[in-house]
Ligand binder design. Sequence first.
Ligand SMILES: Cc1ncc(COP(=O)(O)O)c(C=O)c1O
Length: 392
Amino acid sequence: MFPVAARNAQIAPFYVMEIVKAAARRQAEGLSVIHMSIGEPDFSAPQSVQEAAIAAVSRGATGYSAALGIEPLRQSICAHYDRAYGIQVDPARIVITAGASGALFLALAAVLDRDAEVLMPDPSYPCNRHFVTALDGQAKLVAARPEERFQLTAESVVAHWSEKTAGVMLASPSNPTGTSITPTVLSAVLSAVRERGGFAIVDEIYQGLTYDHGPRSALSLTDDAIVINSFSKYFGMTGWRLGWMVLPPAMVPVVEKLAQNLFICASTVAQHAALACFQPETLATYESRRQQFQQRRDFLVPALRRLGLDIPVTPDGAFYIYVDVSRFCTDSWRFAFDLLAETGVCVVPGRDFGFSAPERHVRVSYATSMANLEEAVERMGPFLARRAGPRS
Ligand SMILES: Cc1ncc(COP(=O)(O)O)c(C=O)c1O
């Protein structure tokens, strides 16, 4: 037996892959599947970005870059914060990374000591707790209620803070709930963390994909948090593996030396390609995509509610809906597999996202065409009608 580090026992696989595999088997049998399981936009990188990548390869811009990223991209990101969010950020605070994943790992490696605890909402993005485990820290999931928009609050942070707590991680809008933290609550959370001498990592990977309020960023509230972002979602570049983070100025040298050692740099080709994201025409494409996501949400949320499904909080961002299916089942895992087998609609059981009533929830993604969403709702109607209990 090859010697495996003990910490791996605490790292769960992506359970979602089980249902994705079942969906693939179904498709191999020639049966149709509507994927509402996907955590990536159904739009790829716009033409201008693709062309910029090809041009970068043609002119040989394919070597390593500086660990913090190429200067023009760091500057373009800051110009974007200024233009779209009215926030001035010094390019020296930007670190270009291999996706938000690379940023989350670097950020935690920079701030987390062995056995230190990190508070995060439950439900939340599963990898966060596994990043913490991989660094020998302890993820402490805090049940986040619908009334709290499934986010941490200052009260929940204070209630769960212990001597071992080093900081908090949150994402706004959140995966799997699509709900954002309000600026007031975020500000109170940041104050509570600061008073306790902790760190705050705010993941804004779904920034830009919001539908009910203007642009928001934790950077308008503080220079003292680590703010994570990515080209994966709003910018439609999942497989390019490119993201960034904005650091408190004093953290830059710490993260720079970690980045040099752990990754050398993010993909240079992707960095050059990403410069095209900020051209006016490309930004117009992104805005039109955002509007399409909004139309899908505006269709799907009421349609699911009409089918009797409970959506405790209307999602205001990302492309996820966190649905309470407990009226129809006692086990959302079974529910998702039955839904797939009987209708071909593929959604994600709550199990991946934490321990706070996962059996009551599924995550539905609307990163698929409107025609698919309409068809999915058609198919789900009879399936749910067969299972409906008495309405309370
Ligand atoms: C909340 C959140 N953070 C981070 C990531 C990682 O994204 P990437 O590494 O592609 O930027 C994801 C991906 O789904 C996510 O949902």
